[in-house]
Design a protein around this ligand. Sequence first.
Ligand code: NAP
Length: 485
Amino acid sequence: MAKHELPEVETRLFIDGNWQDGSQDKHPVINPATEEVLTEVHWGGAAEAETAIAAAEAALPDWSTMAPAERGSILTKLADLIEADVTRLATIMTMEQGKPLAQAKSEIISNVENLRWNAAEGQRVLGDIIPSPDTNKWLVQKQPIGVVGAITPWNFPSNMIIRKISPALAAGCTVILKPAEDTPLSALALAELFEKAGLPKGVVNIIVGDAAAIGETLTKSDVVKKITFTGSTEVGKTLYEQAAPTLKKVSMELGGHAPYIIFPDADLELAVTTLIETKFINNGQVCTSPNRIFLHKDIKKEATKLILEKMAEVTVGNGLDDPTTGPLINEEGRKKVEEQLKDAQNKGAKILFGGQRLTEGDYQHGFFFEPTVLDLVTTDMDIFYQETFGPVIPLIEFDDEEAVIQAANDSEFGLASYFFATNIHTIDNVSKKLAYGMVGVNNTDLESSATPFGGIKHSGFGRENGTYGVEEYLVEKFVNIRTAR
Ligand code: NAP
């Protein structure tokens, strides 16, 4: 295989254990680093969603009553297959999504860990025995919720899928998944392995196609008992509304606009190095990306100097060459970054580094943008409130602990937040008061198979990963047995 050749991958829909053509015109998949058409995928809509719902419903009785250890061994087999196929899966991801190959590989490996974790956790779904009067036995059983509709975004096109499918399957549910239109191949490549792992037909179905039609079919169906969505707040609200008439259980992993606060007593080298490493993961196209950098006035000058020094080491390029960071996902994404920068500059912000689209030489094609540092950011600018999803580090000065907490919380979002400090009172006070679902103190590692991932406010509700993630796919049943006449 030549370096820039797409590995072989399915382009059809995966329904009821079969690969099938879509009923609508095929759609191109574009490489964001070259703007080349990689391939065309089959495209479905409401009809395919209905068929997939029926398949998932038919598969549910056997799957949900299978011994948890047996389900676990299929998930473990899937993990092994993914691990053995990491290079191909990562190459497909880099080519359709743009992220550097090393990041794509680590995303695939996180899938392996997630599947192994949930394979075991599915065997620990315990119920309760509640102390009762002598005449009765009070039992609480946890049962799979049933058929699940899952919709995922393009920024982590493999892990967002596994983070849903793996606990759902471990809990005994069956799934219909709709991946993002920009990155369908990563989803279809996984489906090839579902087959090989021995997942019974209909247990997972993948439909690429018309988002609104598929979303509406899944949310309105009475067969589907749960919707799990990761994506923008705007689409999340639409799906939540659509799911209301059937009173479905819903989980929403939505947008974020993470504050990143550096207090004057912080380990500055650690804070700045971590900022640069975290910001350029996936070119800033991450719901937990540090998007508002609050620097205490006493260290602002030194911190800015350090940031600029480290920015000089950030490389941009085709993800297959493993630079620090790749292109943005599409032209729309690039324009959004430009608009936020223009608005900020018009209102007095200063660009200290970068700030332009990259269009010459190797960047002639593809949606590249310079890594950027923006200073003097204030609350009248769009970038202060709108999710950026790009390679921009906006700097904001502060001088008071309570005021910076208030400024950090001044956002409709409430997903990830970070701060760097050493004073124990500051650490306790700030971590208590940040209105976010997750707080990283002196680090930014908020994602692991064991820990709850999710937000509050307009970042959504529900948790993925860990015991909390499995609970999302279970319902409690109270059984009261009369044991005496
Ligand atoms: P998006 O536009 O909301 O799309 C997400 C998914 O929803 C895609 O599969 C999309 O399909 C589908 N969709 C779009 N319109 C729909 C509709 N009317 N009905 C049903 N489905 C619909 O978001 P995105 O641009 O792909 O992803 C970026 C967003 O995801 C950011 O806001 C980011 O913060 C958020 N995100 C959150 C988390 C988290 O865990 N909280 C993690 C990752 C990303 P098409 O692609 O086919 O349009």
